[in-house]
Design a binder for this molecule. Structure first.
Ligand code: BDE
Length: 149
């Protein structure tokens, strides 16, 4: 698969679907090292109906979920290696989140850019550090631990 990855590519790598597929594009990827993914946030998102009525703010937990999905794409692409054979998505267990910070609200019209770096990966266990930005502003950050089949 060639960069940038679009939604069609991403759906081959992740089992997530509407309304829970929260990555639109992957623009940079270094297998086993780092990845950059994008989500365009629009008023036309199911969660804005209730979060909050008359005051649309993206739930912080969904910013972290989107970040984790970008990490899942990195892990799946890394396992894929040079081969082009895409198997059914294996199990991914989200094990821990640490050092989570929400620094600014994410609003309709914002473009979220996620940049993740691998801190360590030992066989199935991946630890990544993620930052979410809107333009130059850091909006959220976290360290994520996952087990990836
Ligand atoms: C959220 C995450 C990180 N930094 C700031 C925020 C934030 O400004 N949240 N604001 C929530 C909010 C909710 C309702 Br209800 C409301 O009427 C208003 Br005035 C708010 O600012």
């Amino acid at each position: 698969m060639e960069l940038p990855l679009d939604v069609e590519d991403i759906m081959k790598l992740l089992p997530h679907r509407y309304p829970f597929l929260l990555v639109d594009r992957v623009t940079e990827l270094e297998a086993g090292k780092r990845v950059v993914g994008i989500k365009n946030v629009t008023y036309n998102e199911p969660f804005f109906q209730g979060h909050f009525p008359g005051k649309p703010i993206m739930p912080g937990v969904l910013i972290i979920e989107a970040m984790a999905q970008v990490g899942g794409i990195l892990a799946r692409m890394t396992k894929l290696g040079a081969s082009n054979e895409i198997k059914e998505p294996g199990s991914v267990f989200f094990m821990a989140m640490d050092k989570v910070k929400f620094r600014r609200p994410v609003l309709p019209g914002d473009q979220l850019v996620f940049e993740l770096e691998v801190l360590r990966s030992r066989s199935r266990i991946w630890k990544v550090a993620g930052k979410a930005r809107v333009k130059e502003d850091l909006v959220a950050e976290a360290e994520l631990l996952a087990s990836i089949e």
